[in-house]
Write a protein that binds this ligand. Structure first.
Ligand code: NAD
Length: 348
């Protein structure tokens, strides 16, 4: 397994490997950049096919966090933790305490929060061992807590911006939106879209999540293999990454891609492929920054829930500016966002 020659290695500042015999914890923390502040990014717990896949995920996700935090104007650099899930290391308070000690050993260079496979509750055990954690349960009206509703709100704002740019409409009434994954973020996003009058097509590999949403609102459920190619105006990826590829893009029917999942493009060239098909892509780390905006407010202890809402709603104007520039320059939206992020980090 190469590290410095790894295709996703991007001058990461440091990489840390942890294991704890008692809890079974095996984790990687990637610190991509601390130029703008402590490297912040959630902790993902996932069953990886190999250690190499876990490393690839940590490298890619941590760079994405640098870009996300920079474009969102936060005093955070970029980092990410992955916990390698396995039968030998079941989810337990001790596993998260061991992870908390790992985070603490970095002395604040990395700040964690929940991501896929982890919950607000899990972060309470992390907090027992370190102060470098955010996304903990909060009192009503205070900033912070579960980042998912904020991520969903940012995505909703982004879909509105994209509909205005690509479909020339400021209403989501009757718009068909295909949502891939109705977990933490997906279900909140569906609620907002349903309230706005959109028609929902959904898929999930977890039947319980499908049952929950079907009990709450009218949705058309399709098989996970069909969702990407559904006859929809908007595709909102809210599951995992690497779904927009040279194989999938030619078969897409949506005119807009705007959702929460990290690393939606398999490669940067896939952004060009989307632009060539006149599919408007909302760069993932710009549209899904709502959660980290809330995490930052909680961590720095300054904002109320209303202030967080105002900051998250700014995602709409940020995307609008990228869409306008893409339209006037003919450049893909992902290239414009990457350039903006790299300039912000370089200036720091
Ligand atoms: P989650 O695990 O709660 O939800 C993901 C859902 O996708 C689950 O219901 C899962 O069963 C489903 N799923 C997995 N594979 C699927 C497939 N092939 N087809 C359809 N459904 C599938 O995770 P989440 O917190 O909702 O995050 C979703 C995505 O958004 C992730 O990529 C995450 O990194 C990203 N994201 C989340 C946040 C946040 O605040 N939670 C913030 C930024 C980005």
């Amino acid at each position: 397994m190469s590290v410095f020659n790894h295709a996703e290695f991007d001058n990461h500042e440091s990489l840390h490997f942890f294991q704890d015999e008692i809890s079974g914890l095996r984790a990687i923390i990637a610190v991509h950049s601390t130029a703008l502040g402590p490297a912040a990014g959630g902790c993902r717990r996932w069953t990886y096919a190999s250690d190499a896949d876990a490393l690839t995920d940590a490298l890619r996700l941590s760079r994405g966090m640098t870009y996300k935090n920079a474009v969102a104007g936060l005093k955070f650099g970029g980092g990410k933790a992955v916990i390698l899930a396995s039968d030998d290391a079941p989810k337990s308070p001790e596993l998260y305490r061991a992870f908390g000690r790992a985070v603490d050993s970095l002395g604040g260079r990395y700040v964690t929060a929940e991501d896929v496979g982890c919950t607000v509750e899990d972060m309470r055990y992390v907090r027992e061992q370190t102060k470098f954690v955010s996304g903990l349960p909060q009192s009503a009206g205070d900033a912070g807590g579960d980042p998912s509703p904020w991520t969903a709100l940012g995505c909703f704002q982004g879909i509105q911006a994209a509909a205005e740019s690509r479909l020339d409409t400021d209403s989501l009434e009757g718009l068909r939106v295909a949502v891939q994954g109705v977990g933490h973020v997906g279900i909140y996003l569906c609620r907002l879209l349903h309230e706005a009058g959109a028609e929902l097509i959904v898929s999930d590999v977890n039947q319980e999540h499908l049952d929950l949403i079907q009990a709450e609102m009218p949705v058309t459920v399709v098989a996970p293999s069909e969702l990407l190619y559904a006859d929809a105006d908007v595709l909102a990826p809210c599951a995992l990454g690497n779904i927009l590829t040279s194989t999938t893009i030619p078969k897409l029917r949506a005119k807009i891609i705007a959702g929460a999942a990290n690393n939606q493009l398999a490669t940067a060239e896939d952004g060009t492929r989307l632009a060539e098909r006149d599919i408007l892509y909302a760069p993932d780390y710009v549209i899904n920054a709502g959660g980290i905006i809330s995490v930052a407010a909680e961590y720095y202890g300054a904002s109320s829930e209303d202030e967080v809402r105002g900051d998250v709603c700014r995602i709409r104007e940020r995307l609008q500016a990228i869409f306008d520039e893409a339209s006037s320059s003919g450049r893909p939206t992902n290239a414009l966002a990457d350039e903006m992020a790299r300039n912000l980090v370089a200036a720091a």
